[in-house]
Design a protein around this ligand. Structure first.
Ligand code: SF4
Length: 290
């Protein structure tokens, strides 16, 4: 009889050192629940899941989830995940990265993963601050953000990653909120079931350096409840522009799936003719054979 996996089974003995109230807890809960449900529903095998992290407060998540894992370098998590996926396309590779990791140091890797449509899933812990290094501004920090490296306030406009990823050709783009873990769990499940590259920008308050709970709670709304058509690229771009990562605007913040499309994956294209779902990964020689 197949054993059911519980959240406890997916836990570890590691002591959790996130600040009490940190949004990372909501992401961890949502991810673990999504993994447990997908395993129990027979959608994925537990041994086929690999979680990869970059460097930052978020990276401790690989210590707290009892699955195959790889903690990589700052800004390089997506390159490691890409290598794992090409070496064995049968694996479900889920990447946890911070906003500094994904939209700063690792931005070029993220853009290329999106344009290639490689079948990895990227979950961005977007707290809009470098928490681990005690509060410097990141690409998504709002203009005027008084971080450690910008004591008089950042003079830059923030990056809108949803717009950037849509423009980069990502075939699944969503935004979640760590304080809505049930909603986020649903997004993670859909991202994992999507064939191809998927990215979820998760709004994650950092209670120590940038506490955004009140701001987000007053503004978030569910795109799907509002009837958004995620098959329309134009509608997705319009929704992406509804909120530009500012702090002093009065607009609402859409969460949910902005865009979803079917297209050939990178691994299907470069490994054409190989059995992508084989238990045995192709050897390097076989994978590179024309
Ligand atoms: Fe979370 Fe911020 Fe604390 Fe890091 S510094 S654990 S992001 S609250």
């Amino acid at each position: 009889m197949k054993l059911l996996v519980s959240l406890k089974d997916l836990g570890t003995y590691a002591k959790n050192t996130w600040c009490p109230g940190c949004g990372n807890f909501g992401i961890e809960r949502a991810a673990k629940t999504a993994f447990a449900e997908l395993i129990n529903e027979g959608v994925v095998n537990r041994e086929d899941i690999v979680v990869v992290a970059g460097i930052g407060c978020h990276d401790k998540i690989v210590d707290y989830i009892n699955l195959n894992s790889f903690r990589s370098l700052h800004g390089r998590a997506i390159t490691v995940a890409t290598g794992i996926k090409i070496a064995n396309p049968r694996l479900q590779v889920v990447v946890f990265v911070g906003d500094g990791d994904a939209y700063g140091e690792g931005l070029e890797h993220l853009v290329f993963a999106a344009k290639r449509n490689i079948g990895i899933k990227v979950i961005v812990h977007d707290n809009r601050v470098y928490g681990l290094t005690t509060g410097q501004y990141t690409p998504t920090s709002p203009k005027g953000f008084p971080g450690r490296s910008t004591p008089k306030g950042s003079v830059e406009d923030p990056l809108n990653p949803v717009k950037l990823l849509l423009a980069s050709g990502a075939s699944f783009v969503a935004r979640g909120y760590s304080a809505r873990p049930d909603h986020l769990k649903g997004l993670i499940k859909q991202a994992i079931m999507h064939r191809g590259f998927a990215v979820i920008d998760v709004l994650q308050p950092c209670v120590t350096f940038f506490d955004t709970y009140k701001y987000y709670n007053a503004r978030v709304y569910d795109l799907q409840e509002a009837g958004h058509d995620y098959t329309s690229y134009e509608a997705a771009m319009r929704k992406a522009e509804e909120w530009n990562y500012g702090v002093d605007d009065s607009g609402r913040i859409p969460i949910g799936i902005f865009y979803k499309a079917e297209k050939p994956t990178y691994e299907e294209t470069i490994l054409k003719g190989k059995n992508l779902l084989s238990r045995e990964p192709p050897s390097i020689k076989e994978a590179l054979r024309p």
